[in-house]
Design a protein around this ligand. Structure first.
Ligand code: BMA
Length: 858
């Protein structure tokens, strides 16, 4: 018993005026409403875990097969249709402190909570925190039993749906729209149906006389040289006490202290200015200094907020030479081009993610030269560690509110529930300087358009509850009001996409460009025509790494491209046809063996996404001409092992596209684009051999430089032109002195005509004027790649500790390095090689003794 009591006390933080006990070691069982007392036997939940979910517990106890393996997902559907019960037995402290609260940081989702068999709470929103004062129910100094019944979210949502009607949506069972629960649990076009439940965030018993409930460090950055800081602490107290505030600069020097007596609950605030503060910048534009603000009460815990001082603005201004308005961010008055990714939950069961997983993912993000991540609306408001890392690393966060692809309700009760959710989340997130924009929803306006809901843009009354698009009230009234009240320093955008003349307007607002893959299934060579002011979604699928399939498919005879299990691990509508379409249009397939197909889809995805970044980033043309302000790929990650649009798979293995996006997002880059013309008219789709027009075409090249730094970059521009088939160098342009203008693109070559009688690859690079080092390089290849032949190539590879070097005698496309038998992170992969260059790929874990194989396009 002593041992058990020790274990029960393990999570307690003790201060004489304050104790906090996080409940761990839950028990669970199926809930039986008829025979509750003598229901099934209780089973131990995962040991020493405070946040859990039913699938994770059943898996840990071998009660179910791994839903990620093979097609087991189908066999675990009963879990989501079952009611579950969790129990925690804990010893409460002796009654020494007046107030005793149970704080539920997150319950997923339809829960009824009993303390010592008395109902104390009912919940219906996993994104809210609930606090219950239990001073009258708690057995002080004794064993208490907390029991939580989780009703099946699927069946509960279906019941509501039956009463209120089926609503329109893309992805998942439409009943999900009635459940304030992570929407991807209901299945998505990249995610399994795993409708889980449980105390997925900490449940804690807090006892106190006085406690600091919340701290907001509000910073007015109107004058960046002297920002006004106000530390607002929300105090709950039943006696008099003192609040202490201490402000520490990034070097660790205490720069402000305050100490004030308090007599009652409420808000206390302290105001001061910081002269010439150290400002926080997104990565690539400066440092990420953080000030610590410590708030405490005597013999209570200290609450620390790590805050960055920065000003963020969303710039939507008219152009002189184009219609519409810009859409880009300024941080501390500096325009920032956003290159980034969309983020989905990194696991179907959030509690199975570790802090290290989040750190790894965000490291991969910045390693890929990405400076923005969009927390997409169908998952969660992410865990604290996610935002802490973004603050630390300098990643701007585009934060959606959690409404995705649907016709959500908008009645007063639903709005009241959502308002509580949003207040809680804004309070939780508002000290994170990485938050750069809030957006109302994902694609709900698109649902309105496509499903013919009532959406009259001229109706600005603010109350749309009597229309078939009632949630417009949430996006256009509730949310902007709450953002301006709780976090006024961050811009709000009603939806993603949103702006202008409908969601597809390329001249105003952001755009989800899905006419490659979905929609009209354009060729990806046409990305240049498909851009917008800020492309917050676009993507292309590819299969994950072979090792990933070997991990999630146990039957080796299923490891082929069209097997039922491989297909099960792809949730996208029509994926077979669409993948085939884009591969067949572009890549010569060597065979339909698994490795060749994986490589073909990955090379195709890499080419496709690289093109998009290249074309749209070109439109960052400097002051007054920032026609495109950002490119955010769908999607960086996966929530299980699957073939999807991700550029890194579930097991954190980058696909080749991760690297093409990385190359196109470098601070200094070469951009190139070729145009074919017939009689001076641009040949578009016809160039692929569809047309019956056999008149000769001319070929011309544009070349530009990209510089995201705040200083001009002088360089020497070198351009070589090679015949692809023979590998012979046909021509070199004279070296030119150039200057890549700061924080913009600079055009250097416009419509340079080159002979079009053979397939040629143009190899462009900027080299440093000082030491001749290559600053950036790129190759522009004839399209489509499937027509090209690469006879007699010879690529030499040398493996050293920490790096691999490669040389080739002729131009080579899409070199993939595979380190046999281990997962080694490579700094580049899937790149091209040109004769005369020795290309070094850094790979920290690689050893000279490792066996390395390579493959390249043909
Ligand atoms: C987007 C997203 C997701 C979806 C993706 C791929 O528009 O918002 O809903 O997974 O398309 O279809």
């Amino acid at each position: 018993m002593l041992k058990q009591i020790n274990r029960l006390f393990a999570g307690i933080k003790l201060h004489s005026m304050y104790t906090e006990q996080i409940l761990t070691n839950w028990k669970y069982r199926k809930y039986d409403s008829q025979d509750n007392e003598e229901g099934e036997e209780w089973k131990d939940s995962r040991k020493d875990v405070s946040c859990t979910e039913i699938h994770a517990d059943l898996l840990a106890n071998n009660e179910i097969k791994d839903p990620f393996l093979d097609m087991n997902e189908k066999e675990v559907q009963w879990i989501g249709e079952t009611d579950w019960e969790y129990k925690n037995e804990f010893i409460a402290p002796k009654k020494e402190l007046k107030e005793n609260e149970l704080v539920f940081e997150g319950l997923d989702t339809f829960a009824t909570v009993y303390l010592n068999d008395k109902e104390i709470l009912k919940t219906d929103n996993m994104f809210r925190e609930y606090q219950v004062n239990v001073s009258d129910q708690l057995l002080f100094g004794q064993l208490n039993t907390l029991r939580i019944v989780f009703k099946s979210a699927l069946l509960t949502a279906k019941e509501i749906e039956k009463k209120r009607g089926t609503l329109a949506c893309f992805n998942g069972d439409p009943c999900r729209l009635y459940a304030r629960k992570a929407q991807y649990h209901f299945g998505w076009d990249w995610g399994p149906v795993l409708i889980t439940c449980g105390p997925y965030k900490p449940v804690k018993l807090v006892s106190y006389n006085t406690r600091v409930e919340d701290v907001y460090v509000k910073i007015d950055t109107t004058d960046l040289t002297k920002p006004k800081v106000s530390v607002e602490a929300t105090i709950k107290t039943s006696s008099s006490s003192t609040v202490n505030v201490e402000v520490v600069d990034p070097q660790g020097n205490v720069i402000q202290t305050f100490s004030n007596p308090i007599k009652k609950s409420g808000l206390v605030s302290y105001e001061f200015e910081i002269e010439n503060p150290e400002l926080w910048y997104p990565i690539g534009h400066g440092k990420q200094p953080l000030y610590d603000v410590n708030v405490s009460i005597p013999s209570g815990p200290t609450i620390t907020k790590h805050v960055g001082i920065r000003k963020v603005e969303l710039i939507q201004e008219e152009f002189a030479e184009q219609s519409g308005t810009s859409f880009y961010f300024k941080v501390n008055d500096i325009p920032i081009y956003a290159t980034g990714s969309n983020w989905i939950p990194a696991h179907s069961l959030q509690t199975m993610l570790t802090d290290q997983d989040y750190k790894d993912w965000l490291r991969l993000t910045i390693n890929g030269h990405q400076n923005m991540i969009r927390v997409w609306a169908g998952g969660y408001y992410e865990q604290d560690i996610f935002y802490e890392e973004c603050d630390r690393l300098g990643i701007m966060v585009w934060q959606d509110f959690m409404f995705a692809c649907g016709q959500y309700p908008g009645d007063p009760e639903f709005i009241a529930n959502v308002s509580e959710e949003v207040k809680h989340q804004l309070k939780r997130l508002r000290n994170h300087c990485s938050i750069t924009i809030y957006a109302g929803n994902n694609e709900d306006y698109q649902v309105a358009e496509q499903c013919g809901l009532e959406w009259d843009p001229n109706d600005t009354s603010g109350d749309y509850s009597n229309t078939t698009f009632p949630a417009r009230t949430i996006y256009e009234t509730t949310l902007p009001k709450l953002v301006s009240q709780y976090q006024p320093d961050v811009p709000y955008h009603p939806g993603s996409p949103w702006g202008g003349n409908g969601t597809a307007d390329p001249t105003i607002g952001d755009l989800h460009q899905w006419n490659v893959w979905h929609g009209s299934q354009e060729k990806y060579q046409n990305w240049y025509k498909l851009g917008g002011r800020f492309v917050s979604e676009f993507g292309m699928e590819a299969l994950p790494n072979r090792k990933t399939y070997e991990q999630c498919i146990s039957d080796p005879t299923e490891l082929y491209p069209q097997s039922e299990t491989v297909d099960h691990h792809n949730k996208a509508d029509g994926f077979e046809r669409r993948l085939a379409l884009y591969v067949i249009e572009n890549i010569k397939v060597q065979g339909l063996d698994f490795d060749s197909w994986i490589y073909a889809t990955q090379l195709m995805q890499a080419e496709c996404l690289g093109y998009a970044y290249r074309c749209w980033r070109r439109e960052w043309r400097g002051e007054g001409k920032r026609y495109n302000g950002g490119t955010i790929v769908w999607q960086i990650n996966d929530c299980w092992p699957v073939a999807s649009w991700s550029i890194i798979d579930f097991y954190k293995r980058p696909k080749l596209a991760y690297y093409s996006v990385k190359r196109e997002s470098q601070p200094i880059g070469v951009g190139m684009y070729r145009t074919e013309r017939r009689d001076g008219v641009v040949v578009e789709d016809e160039a692929f051999g569809v047309a019956f027009d056999y008149r000769p075409t001319t070929l011309s090249i544009d070349l530009w430089g990209v510089n995201s730094k705040t200083e001009d970059q002088p360089a020497i521009l070198k351009v070589d032109i090679y015949h692809v088939t023979s590998g012979e160098k046909l021509k070199s342009l004279p070296d030119t002195d150039v200057v890549l203008k700061a924080n913009s693109t600079t055009e250097f070559i416009k419509d340079l005509e080159i002979a079009n009688d053979k397939p040629v690859v143009v190899y462009g690079r900027f080299v440093s004027k000082e030491d001749g080092k290559v600053l950036a390089w790129a190759g522009d290849w004839p399209q489509p790649l499937k027509y090209l032949k690469f006879p007699d190539r010879k690529v030499d590879v040398e493996v050293h500790d920490g790096h691999i070097t490669l040389t080739s005698d002729k131009p080579v496309k899409g070199v993939e390095i595979i380190v046999d038998g281990k997962d080694t992170f490579l700094q580049d992969n899937g790149f091209d090689l040109f004769p005369g260059d020795t290309y070094t790929v850094v790979a920290e874990d690689v050893k000279e003794s490792d066996k390395v194989t390579i493959r390249y396009y043909h």
